[in-house]
Design a protein around this ligand. Structure first.
Ligand code: PRP
Length: 225
């Protein structure tokens, strides 16, 4: 049975966050216990302005919490599997999430990557999903976890899931950091999900616009042109 994104869990944890900068230009966040200095050097107001980000959807702290929760869920699910878990990331978008996620999965695993592309340099999915680079290893008879940064229309994941099933893995589960149910055109099962987001164009934490913004440590929304 598909595990639905635990959006309520996310909302419960989410507090109103007001972003400003202190004397050093480091971010200061108001919320809960009042204005606090954060160790974060990246969320400076001026950098957010320069990068044309209109709002932050998932902060660094929320990213950490979400990845830890997913890692714990995945670890619990695969306890006792006979061979290492095969964790397969879809590039390029998942590279940062993959790196963080595998460090939170506390069972033996191996990783592999497949490069797929569906958006080109635009903001609208072309629907033409291309496999640019295939896996290096066979998944036959293996327990496989497919990892995406975002499921939007579902076309990319759907195509890759079909392709993987044809290769006869022992089991196949799916994990995405972000899920955009409002944009879905193809019905797919997501077993481990970070958070549902609204139908806005998200960038950062691996997600790009025209290949840029992937290095933002949070997920934000671009200002309209
Ligand atoms: C993005 C993202 C997913 C896909 C989701 O990839 O990484 O793979 O789009 O969209 P969909 O659900 O509508 O298919 P993109 O093609 O932009 O390539 P990238 O991974 O290099 O960013």
């Amino acid at each position: 049975m598909a595990v639905l994104c635990n959006f309520r869990h996310f909302l419960l944890k989410k507090r109103l966050i007001v972003v400003g900068t202190d004397d050093d230009g480091k971010i200061a966040r108001a919320g809960g216990s009042g204005l606090q200095r954060s160790a974060c050097h990246v969320l400076r107001g001026d950098i957010v302005e320069d990068q044309k980000i209109t709002k932050i959807l998932v902060s660094e702290e929320e990213v950490r919490e979400m990845v830890a929760r997913l890692g714990a869920d995945i670890t619990a699910h695969y306890q006792g599997i006979q061979k290492e878990l095969m964790v397969i990331g879809l590039l390029r978008g998942s590279f940062i999430f993959m790196a963080d996620l595998v460090r939170q999965i506390k069972i033996p695993l191996v990783v592999d990557f497949m490069t797929v592309s569906s958006y080109g340099d635009g903001t609208i999915s072309s629907g033409d999903v291309k496999v640019v680079m295939d896996l290096d290893s066979s998944i036959e008879g293996r327990d496989v976890l497919l990892v995406e940064d975002i499921v939007d229309t579902g076309r990319t994941f759907s195509k890759v899931i079909r392709m993987m099933r044809n290769r006869n893995p022992r089991s196949l589960k799916t994990c995405t950091f972000l899920n955009k149910p409002g944009a879905r055109l193809v019905d797919i099962q997501i077993d481990f999900c970070g958070v549902d987001i609204a139908n806005e164009f998200a960038v950062g934490y691996g997600l790009d616009y025209a290949q840029g913004y992937r290095n933002l440590p949070y997920v934000g929304v671009l200002k309209p042109d």
